[in-house]
Design a protein around this ligand. Structure first.
Ligand SMILES: *[C@@H]1O[C@H](CO)[C@@H](O)[C@H](O)[C@H]1NC(C)=O
Ligand SMILES: *[C@@H]1O[C@H](CO)[C@@H](O)[C@H](O)[C@H]1NC(C)=O
Ligand SMILES: *[C@@H]1O[C@H](CO)[C@@H](O)[C@H](O)[C@H]1NC(C)=O
Length: 293
């Protein structure tokens, strides 16, 4: 569901893995009042933001990022996944969207997001069969273009790709959703082999939004509610959600796969829990949490 919100809010992007840490922002283009690209890039620089995730590979956006040294995740939208099942199309896409920016003073592209939350429930399985072949073709095309060591594929996923049993809702019981477990296993095996990360979007706000019984305190980082799992105390939904993914990965044999948090954040309008005070409370807890790795 993350994609619903990305057009309204610029959200924080946490890169979490064993030894790399950094925070960036998402830049969605589905906006009623678009900012000029140069202005956005200047805002990033002024605020010391060195990483950025896009939802496409728009030429004007990438031109504005050229020479900025900002590390970029570009993306292939879901509606183009099927086309990328053809290797020649994947090669063409890499040539015209990646290879052309690979020069001194060009764009520092680090990742290609293949699809955006393609297994999100309401898509009804539309992208179920086309995501993995597209992912594989794009990485192979990156390799063939000679940039596969520095540019990796990933798939940004919605947190509904995994769940816990109703009678044991703890992170260690996390498993990939049954209908996509086989596909997720193929995907993570390929990502591991390619030294590429998995990307997950985690929104405690959406857990709160989606459930009247969700304890609001648990959406933040300042305590007041906790669950205990095998002696580990979880005081916020973000950590619990993240570890549910780690358990799901472990269960299919890839517990050490690097994970990027592609989106998280808190909206400031549009819902009763969407306001500046709650957004401030969320980021005030999140950022030190990320800095603590
Ligand atoms: C998914 O199925 C539901 C119920 O049949 C339908 O209302 C919805 O439009 C479908 N969504 C997509 C993206 O096809
Ligand atoms: C995906 O493939 C399976 C198995 O071949 C098939 O049953 C299913 O209808 C396909 N789904 C879509 C959306 O094409
Ligand atoms: C992950 O990839 C590495 C490097 O290719 C390989 O040595 C390892 O066996 C893989 N892990 C699994 C569980 O397949």
């Amino acid at each position: 569901m993350g994609s619903r919100w990305t057009f309204n809010w610029v959200m924080f992007l946490g890169f979490l893995s064993s030894c790399v840490y950094g925070v960036g922002v998402n830049w969605g283009a589905l906006a009623t009042h678009k900012l000029p690209q140069k202005t956005v890039v200047q805002m990033l620089k002024d605020n010391g933001i060195t990483r950025m995730k896009l939802f496409d590979a728009d030429e004007n956006t990438l031109s504005a990022l050229a020479g900025s040294n900002i590390e970029v995740m570009v993306a292939i939208p879901n509606y183009r996944l099927k086309e990328m099942n053809n290797y020649n199309s994947a090669k063409e896409w890499v040539g015209s969207n990646i290879a052309r920016y690979n020069f001194m003073g060009g764009v520092t592209i680090k990742y290609v997001a293949v699809g955006n939350e393609p297994f999100f429930g309401p898509f009804n399985g539309t992208y179920k069969n086309v995501t993995f072949p597209a992912l594989r073709n794009i990485q192979n095309a990156l390799n063939e273009a000679g940039v596969g060591d520095s540019i990796k594929v990933t798939v940004p996923l919605n947190a509904d790709v995994y769940s816990t049993p109703q009678n044991n809702p703890v992170p260690s019981a996390g498993r990939f959703r049954r209908d996509i477990r086989g596909i997720m296993t193929q995907i993570v095996r390929f990502l591991n082999k390619s030294n590429a990360p998995l990307t997950i979007n985690i929104y405690p706000f959406l857990s709160l939004y989606g459930s009247v019984t969700f304890p609001k305190k648990y959406a933040f980082f300042d305590g007041g509610f906790s669950i205990t799992d095998n002696g580990i105390k979880y005081t916020n939904a973000f950590d619990a959600n993240f570890d549910t993914l780690v358990s799901s990965l472990k269960a299919v044999g890839f517990g050490d796969l690097p994970i990027i948090v592609g989106e998280t954040g808190w909206p400031t309008d549009g819902d009763k829990n969407a306001n500046i005070g709650d957004a401030y409370r969320y980021y005030k807890g999140l950022l030190p949490r990320l800095a603590g790795n």
